[in-house]
Design a protein around this ligand. Structure first.
Ligand SMILES: Nc1ncnc2c1ncn2[C@@H]1O[C@H](COP(=O)(O)OP(=O)(O)OP(=O)(O)O)[C@@H](O)[C@H]1O
Ligand SMILES: [Mg+2]
Length: 282
């Protein structure tokens, strides 16, 4: 009996160690080479990083350094040339519902109401019509679109459409949310409001986020960590923890600590952008 009890305890301890060490995203020595005919482009060369469950990781890098490629590989829409990509310990071999993608502009069906658009993945997944629509209403509330379920996408602003797109992606309760410059097409004010909204949604949902952006303010405001990529071929050249208190309101952007992070990241990014400009002229 005693022996069995000791074994149980060992198992519990092993379980705890496992959950503390658990990684939601693990990218190891990832490379990606695009080949067409004689042309070869090395987009990524030796990318390494991990994310813990519930972490918000933002990725900054000069244009063309392979950020979207990295995200597409994480989403399973593109294959790696070499290296490994794991999500919750499982190798990524194709798209999966535990990983949700949000692109630069919302891809809603224009002939369906917002509620139907958000409920659709649930219906496809086998949830009944009534239950999926009720769930869609909850998600619309989460993204601040209560009362717009009956509207059509064309009747909503760009920011509202993007929020509906995020609600649709969240409907499948992804463990990892992959976002490729989701606010890139929005005006400056809407963008700021959306960042605050995303902070709130993320804290409520507990999902891991990998968020790509060109905008240093956005990267610092949203991220627990900011990864900086080199010019193409992309590698991670810095991994900076953002030690600003949460929840973060817009006033944090005026703090001296925020300015310090911004200055540090701008220096890193400028060096990489200059280096990649120089290389691309060769
Ligand atoms: N399907 C493809 N076929 C061939 N080359 C590609 C393909 N997709 C991307 N590339 C190349 O890989 C490199 C990285 O592209 P990617 O779109 O990942 O960059 P990015 O960092 O997202 O750029 P941006 O900041 O401008 O969005 C570029 O040189 C691009 O031309
Ligand atoms: Mg891109």
């Amino acid at each position: 009996m005693e022996r069995a009890h000791a074994d149980d305890l060992t198992e519990v301890a092993a379980g705890l160690t496992h959950s503390l060490d658990e990684l939601s995203v693990s990218v190891t020595d990832l490379t990606k080479v695009f080949r067409r005919g004689n042309r070869e482009v090395t987009a990524l060369d030796g990318v390494n990083f991990t994310a813990r469950p519930g972490e918000f990781v933002t990725v900054l890098g000069p244009s063309g350094c392979g950020k979207s490629t990295l995200l597409h590989i994480l989403g399973g829409f593109e294959s790696a040339s070499t290296g490994s990509v794991e999500v919750f310990g499982k190798s990524v071999t194709g798209p999966g519902r535990e990983r949700g993608m949000v692109f630069q502009s919302a891809t809603l069906f224009p002939w369906w109401t917002i509620q139907r658009n958000v409920a659709w993945p649930l219906e496809v997944g086998g949830m009944g019509r009534k239950a999926s629509r009720a769930r869609a209403d909850d998600l619309l509330e989460l993204v601040g679109l209560t009362g717009f379920g009956d509207a059509y996408p064309g009747e909503l602003s760009g920011g509202m459409q993007q929020r509906a797109g995020i609600a649709r992606t969240l409907s499948l309760e992804p463990q990892v949310l992959l976002m490729d410059e989701p606010f890139g097409a929005l005006d400056a004010q809407t963008r700021e409001l959306m960042q605050e909204e995303l902070n709130r949604i993320w804290q409520a949902s507990g999902t891991t986020v990998v968020f790509i952006t060109h905008d240093i303010y956005e990267a610092v405001f949203l991220g627990d960590r900011v990864l900086v990529m080199s010019g193409r071929p992309g590698r991670i050249v810095a991994d900076i923890s953002i030690d600003l208190p949460r929840p973060r309101g817009h006033d944090v952007k005026g703090s001296p600590e925020f300015s310090d992070y911004h200055a540090r990241l701008w220096n890193l990014l400028r060096d990489e952008a200059i280096a990649s400009e120089f290389l691309s002229r060769d």
